[in-house]
Design a protein around this ligand. Sequence first.
Ligand SMILES: NC(=O)c1ccc[n+]([C@@H]2O[C@H](COP(=O)([O-])OP(=O)(O)OC[C@H]3O[C@@H](n4cnc5c(N)ncnc54)[C@H](O)[C@@H]3O)[C@@H](O)[C@H]2O)c1
Length: 314
Amino acid sequence: MKILITGGAGFIGSCLTGRLLEQGHTVVCVDNFTLGSPENVSVYKNNREYRLLEADASDTEAMEQILREYAIEAVFHLAANSDIQKSGKNPGIDFTNTFVTTYSVLEGMRRCGIKRLFFASTSAVYGDRPGEKLREDAGGLAPVSYYGGAKLASEAFISSYAYMNGLDAVVFRFPNVIGPGLTHGVIFDFIRKLEKDPGRLEILGDGTQNKPYIYVEDLVDAIMQIAFAGEKGVSIYNLGVEGSTSVKEIADFVCEAMGLSGVCYQFTGGNRGWKGDVPTFQYDLGKIHQTGWRAGHTSHEAVKETLKHVVERV
Ligand SMILES: NC(=O)c1ccc[n+]([C@@H]2O[C@H](COP(=O)([O-])OP(=O)(O)OC[C@H]3O[C@@H](n4cnc5c(N)ncnc54)[C@H](O)[C@@H]3O)[C@@H](O)[C@H]2O)c1
């Protein structure tokens, strides 16, 4: 199948690309390199079934042209702003890179008659709902970050484009995703801070923030299994793991992986890292588990496995 992957030079996209190529697909990657980079995908550059294009996925005309020129049959839409903290100060980043990219992909698909979409959504669409086991059919979704708002708006547009144009779409609501190619997030920040000062670690909030972390290879397994299962209409899945890991536990795992002991933790206080952060959430995973898929790593295992790769690289 000829597949377009937007945001394909990013952390998850570059991993997914490898799997799509292994399975015999032709992959065209569109990325504007604001957060991803050509180095992330340099390993594929000599593959004849792979093309890397520098383009802005929020440019509807450009998207239409690419979809037509490469006779694309399915789109994996991952391009978005993944720096949630940064867009807290500039909502326009999420409007353009998280929402308008989705509109442009959908509109390009409509104009070209393409019927299959995979969309990378997020737990942030649910908003802040402590103590609740979040199900895909939960009502009253009220995101607290601009990022979550832009993803929920994207899901709504996918629903309407699917109805109006007979599109089939699989929407995955990812939890926190980590793995060898990680480029941002709490693990990355802690390693950086400890390299500068191995005796002291500033931790945003009170360290009790507690979330499920999924290993990127497990996530890609689920995408490959479910995105090609041929479901009709719009299917939404929570994608998650057994257990969760607190920020304090992550700090402990990072110190251990870096061989540091007696590090003085300095908490900035409050129960969240920044305004717009959701400090804790828990998924109901009944729907995805019914497909037979299960994550190969628990949340703690995903953190420890990631650290094996990332500590040397950062
Ligand atoms: N990593 C996570 O924990 C996580 C959690 C939930 C959802 N997601 C979603 O998964 C997807 C991939 O995330 P990631 O962690 O790989 O982030 P990433 O930043 O590594 O990848 C996103 C890619 O999109 C590209 N991009 C951004 N705006 C673009 C635009 N206008 N045009 C073209 N390319 C553009 C970036 O350059 C980057 O390469 C995103 O949609 C993200 O919202 C990620």
